[in-house]
Design a protein around this ligand. Structure first.
Ligand SMILES: CC(=O)N[C@H](C=O)[C@@H](O)[C@H](O)[C@H](O)COP(=O)(O)O
Length: 238
């Protein structure tokens, strides 16, 4: 386990070390996609030992902030026509989630095109300089992890492994990407995506993960019930 020296918000980043971060998100069409519900799920996660939470949208972050003092990794998923980046694609999205109360700003840190000629480098620099927040760089490949680290990312996440054109043939968790980051970079790596059991989370830590984000396996009621329903002859959800 490395000892990392963080240039900014070191208390926040140190608080995540070797801990479980719960991603509390719900499909837009779900009754769970409601600020007070997401806040309750986040609060329950913290009460049961999570060191932080990962939350989408300013409204949900604001509601969670009222219940939770531990670190919030904030993001804002926004589809922009003509662009593939969707996790906090532009600076104004980052600004909105910072204002809502996020401690760490998660962004798509691939080198795919962004609107208005913004680059990964300028986006990270503006989040640091204008918002004073650390950046979690969600990546899919070691090449993008290297460029995100060079652009100043404070932590790297394997979040996009399996979710980009370059990696769509791969199935999360990205343990191979995690290992490459741990071996090649001196930036903490968060294993996120596809962690489906405590054993898998333990494996991520053993491979050198700084922390582990678990979403669907813990908070994905809609998808999990649907998966159970698929094996029941008497299920009204097809
Ligand atoms: C690719 C993408 O958009 N991932 C999102 C990022 O915030 C979430 O939809 C995931 O639930 C999260 O990464 C946690 O992963 P998992 O739910 O597999 O534990």
């Amino acid at each position: 386990m490395h000892d990392f020296v963080f240039p900014r918000s070191s208390d926040t980043l140190n608080a995540l070390s070797q801990g479980l971060i719960v991603s509390c998100q719900a499909p837009v069409e779900s009754p769970l996609h409601e600020p007070s519900v997401i806040a309750a799920i986040a609060h329950a996660s913290i009460l049961n030992g999570a060191v932080g939470v990962r939350i989408d949208t300013p409204a949900h972050i604001k509601a969670v902030r009222e219940k939770v003092t531990l670190p919030i990794i904030g993001l804002w998923k926004q589809q922009i026509p003509g662009y593939e980046v969707y996790i906090t694609p532009q600076f104004h999205h980052a600004q909105a989630i910072a204002i809502a109360g996020a401690d760490i700003i998660a962004i798509d840190a691939t080198l795919r095109d962004r609107p208005d000629g913004e680059t990964l480098q300028t986006l990270i620099s503006r989040i640091h300089d204008e918002l004073g927040k650390p950046v979690m760089a969600d990546v899919d490949t070691i090449e993008n992890a290297l460029s995100a680290a060079a652009a100043g990312a404070d932590i790297l996440g394997t979040t996009l492994y399996g979710y980009t054109a370059a990696t769509q043939h791969l199935i999360p968790p990205g343990f191979d990407l995690l290992t490459q980051i741990v071996e090649q970079l001196n930036v903490p790596a968060i294993c996120e995506g596809g962690i489906a059991s405590p054993q898998m989370a333990k494996q991520a830590l053993e491979l050198g993960a700084y922390a582990v984000v678990v979403g669907t396996a813990i908070t994905g009621i809609d998808i999990n019930v649907k998966a159970y329903g698929a094996v029941f002859p008497n299920s009204h959800q097809k």
